[in-house]
Each structure stands twice: as structure tokens, then as C-alpha cells.
Design a protein around this ligand. Structure first.
Ligand SMILES: [Zn+2]
Ligand SMILES: [Zn+2]
Length: 347
């Protein structure tokens, strides 16, 4: 065959010219001389096709990925090996080159391309929200009809922090920009609703109580017409605590345990355990605190009567003997609680 470019007649032909003439013009890859990547200077996430993604990737890796993404390989290339190199970084510009080796129509060729990757540093929407103290949720940590104790606040702080650390792996807005310490309780401001909800659940898990969510429209996005909501979540923990005495459905119970979804109490007259769903918390009335338990002495006993000293006036009081008190001897100390002028012996 005759090559119209160089006149040779003994070479392999590609389309209608010889291979040498074809390769003179041929480029295995195409890559722009300049590439720009917008990255967040706080979390290194990058903007691609309108979306921020891949936070916390090192800069080198961002540059390599930008090069890779911008390379177009010609169809004729086979068995190519591409080598990306960052020659040097000056300021925000990385001077790079891309080496390619591969086969085209059976001939091995190599080429090198220079490329500048410019990193435009900006602040992504999440980081700008964090900087401005943005929040979507306020958790109002309260106790029913009483003040919250210092140790309960300390525990709650710890739970909020622990939950947010866990959430921050998948939610950039898992942070607490502010804690308002009010007389009635703490308000924890939480960046996102999703993490706020998790925090409220974790508080309930520890303290029991009732969660109520009230979303409020705070503004309207004029461009989309969509409402922007903020959610107030009240976490109201019970007035009573473990070992306190409560009234529930005409029974007096001593609280045995408080969990996320239920309250276990022991009837102090019958020693029977009752499991009350947490949603009935409001029907449980505190009657005496654990601190009101008194101690006295057994002064006599018979098969049907146990006689003790009333600790308030040292008078002798006869009470009905029950199985659980049969092992007590005269002179033993015994615990009691007074409720509505009635003395209940405690086991
Ligand atoms: Zn030729
Ligand atoms: Zn960011």
C-alpha cells in the first residue's frame, strides 16, 4: 500500500495512512492542562457536580483523583499503564504530569502530559453551618415536678457527648454548639434533627421518661417554597427514682428499676412485682422518697403479730405478721416507711 503522507509503500496501514504517520498525530490520552477542584478548607470535602462529598481525604489523594477523573483514553489504546505524579505544589496549585505507556495497533508508545490542578479553598455548607452555630434541634432535659440533680446533669452531659461522637461518623451536623443551663433544666442545641433524635433516645434509655417532639416552622426558603423546621424535643424524666415509693392504681409500690420503656415496682403490702409501661408515667404518683425510710427495733413477735417501736414517739405498734418477717428476732433492726399514717415494714 502507498502512504499519501510519506510515500512509503512497505508499512502497515491504519485507515488510509501508514502507521508511522498515524502515530505522529495520535495521542493516547486527553487531559485538560488545567483542572480546578473546590475543596472545603475545614473538612477537605470536595465539590463535584454540585455535590459535596468525601470529607477528610488528604490533599494528595484529592489531586490524584482529580487527574484520574479528567483523563480520556482513546479507543485504540490497549494494555495501558498510567502513572500520575505530583511534581510540586506551589500555593494552591499542584504541578503534575501523567505518563502513559500502551499499545496502539501493535506498536508500543509512551507519552507524558503536564497538568495543573488548582485547589480552590472554600467552606462547604456543613462547615459553614457549624461555624455559624446552626442547629435544627433543641433538647429540653427536664424532670417531672422536681429539680434535676447535679449527678443527673453530669450523666446527661456525658450521654449527649457520647452519642454525638458516635453519630459524627455519619452525620457532619452531630455537634452541640450550645447548652443553655436554665433553672428548670438544660437545653442542648444539636446541629441536626437526626442526631438530636438519637440523643433524646439515649437520654430516655438512661433515665426513662417521656419524649415529646414539637416541630416549629422557623422560616420559608423563598426559592423552593419549602419550610425550614426546627424541632424542640422535651425529655421529661420521672419525678420518682429507684427505691422511692409511689402510688399506682391504689397500690403502693417501691420502685425497683426504671428502664427505657417500663417501670418495675414492688407492692409493699403483697411483695408482688408490677411492670408499668413508661407511657403510663403520668399515672404514677410519688408518695415518699427513699430517704424517708426509717429504722426501728423489733420488740416482740407472735405467729400473727410483729411488734415494733414507732421511731417518732417510741410507742409500741402491733403489725400483722408476714412470712418475710418471721426470721426477725426480738432486738433486730427493721426498716419501715410511713405512708398516710400507716407503717409498712420493709424487707
Ligand atoms: Zn506514512
Ligand atoms: Zn467542610
Amino acid at each position: 500500500m502507498f502512504c499519501p503522507e510519506c510515500g512509503s509503500t512497505d508499512k502497515e496501514m491504519v485507515e488510509d495512512i501508514c502507521i508511522d504517520c498515524f502515530l505522529k498525530e495520535f495521542q493516547m490520552i486527553e487531559i485538560p492542562r488545567k483542572i480546578e477542584v473546590q475543596i472545603c478548607s475545614h473538612c477537605n470535602s470536595k465539590l463535584e457536580e454540585g455535590k459535596w462529598s468525601d470529607e477528610f481525604i488528604p490533599e494528595d489523594e484529592i489531586i490524584y483523583r482529580a487527574l484520574e477523573r479528567n483523563i480520556k483514553i482513546a479507543d485504540e489504546v490497549e494494555n495501558e499503564i498510567i502513572n500520575l505524579e505530583i511534581d510540586q505544589i506551589k500555593g494552591t496549585i499542584a504541578y503534575c504530569y501523567v505518563e502513559v505507556a500502551g499499545y496502539v495497533h501493535g506498536t508500543e508508545i509512551e507519552e507524558t502530559h503536564d497538568c495543573e490542578v488548582k485547589l480552590l479553598k472554600t467552606v462547604c455548607p456543613s462547615c459553614s453551618k457549624i461555624q455559624s452555630g446552626y442547629y435544627e434541634t433543641v433538647i429540653q432535659f427536664r424532670a417531672d415536678s422536681r429539680e434535676i440533680k447535679a449527678e443527673e446533669y453530669a450523666k446527661a452531659d456525658e450521654i449527649v457527648e457520647r452519642t454525638l461522637v458516635k453519630q459524627s461518623k455519619k452525620d457532619k451536623l452531630a455537634y452541640c454548639p450550645q447548652i443553655a443551663k436554665l433553672k428548670e433544666g438544660y437545653d442542648y442545641y444539636i446541629g441536626s434533627f437526626k442526631s438530636g433524635h438519637k440523643v433524646a433516645e439515649a437520654l430516655k434509655e438512661e433515665f426513662g421518661g417521656i419524649i415529646k417532639e414539637s416541630p416549629r416552622l422557623i422560616s420559608e426558603d423563598k426559592s423552593t417554597g419549602k419550610g425550614l423546621y426546627r424541632v424542640w424535643i422535651s425529655v421529661r424524666i420521672p419525678e420518682f427514682e429507684t427505691d422511692d415509693f409511689v402510688m399506682f392504681e391504689d397500690k403502693i409500690l417501691q420502685i425497683h428499676s426504671i428502664t427505657k420503656n417500663s417501670i418495675v415496682g414492688v407492692d409493699i403490702s403483697t411483695n408482688k412485682k408490677h411492670n408499668i409501661p413508661m407511657k403510663n408515667m403520668e399515672d404514677i404518683k410519688l408518695v415518699k422518697k427513699a430517704e424517708d425510710i426509717e429504722t426501728t427495733t423489733v420488740i416482740s413477735k407472735s405467729p400473727s403479730i410483729i411488734q415494733i417501736l414507732d421511731p417518732s414517739d417510741y410507742s409500741a405498734v402491733d403489725l400483722e405478721m408476714k412470712d418475710e418477717f418471721r426470721d426477725y428476732n426480738i432486738g433486730d433492726e427493721i426498716k419501715l416507711i410511713k405512708i398516710n399514717d400507716y407503717i409498712y415494714l420493709l424487707n
